[in-house]
Every structure is written in structure tokens, then in C-alpha cells.
Design a protein around this ligand. Structure first.
Ligand code: FAD
Length: 388
């Protein structure tokens, strides 16, 4: 292993690999990414990878919108497939949230996003398999969809390595060396040391314990989210759009083959070990909800599933920042259940911050770490965390 680098990235999820690629694109190629396991083995590989743009704050909507275009243009810009599929996205909220939804839609349209409220009749025309009540409020984003988190992660990594970046899997970073108030090195479990002036922590739910020996307390907790797979009665429901069914607390997306994934749950979890399958109670809860929303899915049946971890901050929005008091230390963490869709812009903005001192493409100061002490949290018009 080469013993020096201009920058070291800890973590080979979609964030670490996106930053590695964007650093290379900015001309910083003497870089090293260290991944303790294999690429995408953390939250990324378990992601539903839904791409939608409905948020309560402009910074997240604009990041999601610009990122959506990056997923769409990925083959031209990165040279690899992203697996982007344009399914359209329906958001369904309680009647009491209609006003909040309309405000968010107006904000989105102001940013150039194609998003609008639709009536029950329009839903019937656009997505005949969907059933909504007259009173429910429904938003529609025609351009939204999903991508493949593994293809995106590996695509970024491959492109960066082609440009000269180095990537080592099976390399757990056990310490970040600091001297004179600034980052000096990282050390792996195998005893390798890389001397560097810049370190990015992009270690997902493991990030908190990685930096705590430096006296840095990242306000991160892990919560478990479950994804239940259902075999579709494909002649009745050949495919369907993505549905954020907030009134029932589930997300629904089509999966390859004739499968549908229904996701739910936000239970506190231990990053050191958690149930990676799905709970029988959750299966029994979400399948009737799916059939309520898509009646023809009543003939579908359970075909397994998985769980993964959200890394959450107190406001369920990420931290993208320098770490105060440790010159050269950066973090891109706390993406909860909505980081994948932002990953192209997160990679670009963090790479600009690391290479040029500031994120020129977008002011990401709303995601600064000090907002928690300043009690300047990003707020939501809804009471639902993931939509925040
Ligand atoms: C079930 C589920 C569904 C989701 N659905 C969506 C969705 O529909 N849309 C969306 O936008 N987002 C979704 N998300 C969220 C999204 O997947 C995450 O926000 C995103 O993948 C976070 O990427 P990351 O690179 O920060 O973290 P991770 O993917 O967890 O990557 C961190 C990496 O760091 C490595 N690492 C940790 N410690 C060390 C160390 N000491 N040394 C070296 N390597 C280390 C880990 O092995 C891991 O590979 C979902 C998440 C889950 C779990």
C-alpha cells in the first residue's frame, strides 16, 4: 500500500465512492479509499434507492433534483450504468397535511422540479393499480424513479480508479492520527499507515465510534429499516410506480423480476449486530397495507426480505462539514433513509470542500455540524422523519 495520499476516504459506500470520483474529476487523484469489507456492504447495498424530490426545505429538494439528473446522465458522465428507471413517484398524505404538501409542491416548482397535486381521478388515469381515498392528498413527480445502488457505487469507484485513485477493500481503519491540531495519517487493522493532510469520514453508522477517540462526538444513531419482498401477481400488476404511502407508513417500489418491495420500520439498532432479516410482525402488518393501496396485490405473496441501517442525526438530515478543531478532517455522515438519492451532489460538494476549501456548486452550510448546538435544525412541514 502506498504510504501517502493527498486525501484518504474512510468507507466504500455510495458516499465515499462518489467523493472519490468527484475528487478525481477535480484533479485530485493521489487519493486512497479504504473499505473494511467490500464496496456497498453497509447501508448502500441495502438501499431501496428511491429517487424523489419532495422535501420541506429547498436545499434537499435541489440536491435531489440535480442528483436525479446525474443518475440519468450517469453513463455519459461516469461511463457506467446507474440502473436509473423512471417509474414516477406518488406521495400520499393525510388530509390534514394537504396544506403542507401544497406548500412543498410550490417550493419544488420554484426550483424547476416537475411536481404537482393530483386528484383521485388523475391517479386512476396515471396509475390504474393504485387506490386512493377522495380525502387523501396526493402529489405526483413524473420524473422520479430509482437506480441501482451497487452499480452506482462501483461505477464511481471504477471511474475514480481509472483516473488514478487507489481503493483497498478488506482494510478497516482503526485510527486517525492527529498532531498539532491537524490530521496526519490513518492506520488500518493490518498495520498499514497512510500519511495524509485530509481525511473524509464516510463510514455510515460506524462513523461515530471511529472519531470518538479524537474527542469528536458525532450526533449519530442507527435505526433498523425493513424491506419486505412480495411476489407480484404479474398479469394483474405487471409493474407500478413508486409510492410514498405516508398515511399507512410504508414505501412501495417495484423490484427486478416480478417483485415489489414494501419498506417500513424505524427501530433503534446496534451497529455491532442486528437482525438483518424481516420480522414476522412487520410482514403481517405491511402486506395488507400493500393490498389496501393496490387491491390486485392481494394475490401477491411474501418472498423474504432484508433490513438495513439508517444513520440518523437529530433532524434526520446529514452532516457535511469540516470537523472543527481538527484541521483536514471532514465528514459526510447521517444520511438516514434518504442519502442515496443525494449522493451525486454530496460527492461533488464534499470534493469541492476538500479540494478547494468550499463547496462552490451549492451552499451546504445548512448541513453544518454546529447547527445542533445552535438549535438551527432543518425542520419539516410534516411530522414524518424520512420526509423531513
Ligand atoms: C433499508 C434501506 C432503505 C433505504 N432506501 C433509500 C431510498 O429509497 N432512497 C435513498 O435515497 N436512500 C435510501 N436509504 C439510505 C441510503 O441507502 C444511505 O443514506 C446511503 O447508502 C448511505 O451511504 P454511506 O456511504 O454514507 O454509508 P454506507 O453505505 O453504510 O457506507 C459506509 C461504509 O463504510 C465502511 N466502514 C465503516 N467503518 C469503517 C472503517 N473503520 N474502515 C473502513 N471502512 C469502514 C462500511 O463497511 C461501509 O461500507 C436506505 C437505507 C436503508 C438501510
Amino acid at each position: 500500500m502506498k504510504t501517502s495520499a493527498e486525501a484518504v476516504i474512510i468507507g466504500g459506500g455510495v458516499m465515499g465512492c462518489s467523493v472519490l470520483h468527484h475528487l478525481a474529476a477535480l484533479g485530485m487523484r493521489d487519493t486512497a479509499l479504504l473499505e473494511q469489507n467490500v464496496l456497498g456492504s453497509g447501508s448502500t447495498g441495502r438501499s431501496l434507492a428511491i429517487l424523489r424530490m419532495h422535501y420541506s426545505n429547498p436545499i434537499t429538494s435541489i440536491m435531489a433534483w440535480r442528483s436525479l439528473r446525474a443518475f440519468r446522465d450517469f453513463p455519459d458522465e461516469v461511463g457506467h450504468p446507474s440502473g436509473y428507471v423512471n417509474t414516477g413517484y406518488f406521495l400520499i398524505v393525510d388530509p390534514s397535511d394537504r396544506g403542507a404538501m401544497e406548500e412543498n409542491l410550490a417550493m419544488q416548482r420554484g426550483l424547476g422540479i416537475d411536481a404537482r397535486a393530483v386528484s383521485k381521478d388523475e391517479v386512476g388515469e396515471l396509475a390504474p393499480m393504485l387506490r386512493v381515498d377522495e380525502s387523501e392528498a396526493v402529489a405526483y413527480e413524473p420524473q422520479s424513479g430509482m437506480a441501482d445502488p451497487y452499480l452506482v457505487t462501483v461505477g464511481y469507484a471504477q471511474r475514480a480508479c481509472d483516473a488514478g485513485a487507489r481503493l483497498t477493500t478488506g482494510a478497516e481503519v482503526v485510527s486517525i492520527g492527529v498532531g498539532g491540531g491537524r490530521v496526519r495519517s490513518v492506520t488500518t487493522a493490518g498495520g498499514d499507515v497512510i500519511h495524509t493532510p485530509r481525511v473524509l469520514v464516510a463510514a455510515g453508522p460506524w462513523s461515530r465510534r471511529l472519531v470518538s477517540p479524537l474527542g469528536v462526538d458525532l450526533p449519530l444513531e442507527a435505526v433498523r429499516h425493513q424491506a419486505v419482498m412480495v411476489r407480484r401477481p404479474d398479469r394483474l400488476v405487471p409493474t407500478h410506480p413508486i409510492v410514498g404511502d405516508i398515511t399507512q407508513g410504508i414505501m412501495i417500489r417495484p423490484h427486478s423480476g416480478d417483485f415489489t418491495v414494501v419498506a417500513a420500520g424505524e427501530d433503534p439498532a446496534d451497529v455491532g449486530g442486528y437482525n438483518e432479516g424481516v420480522d414476522p410482525d412487520t410482514v403481517a402488518d405491511v402486506i395488507p397495507k400493500l393490498a389496501r393501496r393496490m387491491p390486485d396485490m392481494a394475490g401477491g405473496y411474501f418472498r423474504g426480505g432484508w433490513s438495513g441501517l439508517f444513520t440518523v442525526t437529530p433532524d434526520w438530515h446529514p452532516i457535511m462539514d469540516r470537523v472543527e478543531g481538527v484541521e483536514g478532517l471532514y465528514c459526510a455522515v447521517g444520511f438516514s433513509g434518504h442519502g442515496f438519492k443525494l449522493s451525486p451532489m454530496i460527492g461533488l460538494c464534499m470534493a469541492e470542500m476538500m479540494a478547494h476549501g468550499e463547496s462552490a456548486s451549492l451552499d451546504v452550510s445548512p448541513f453544518r455540524m454546529s447547527r445542533f448546538q445552535e438549535e438551527d435544525l432543518l425542520t419539516s412541514k410534516y411530522s414524518y422523519n424520512v420526509l423531513a
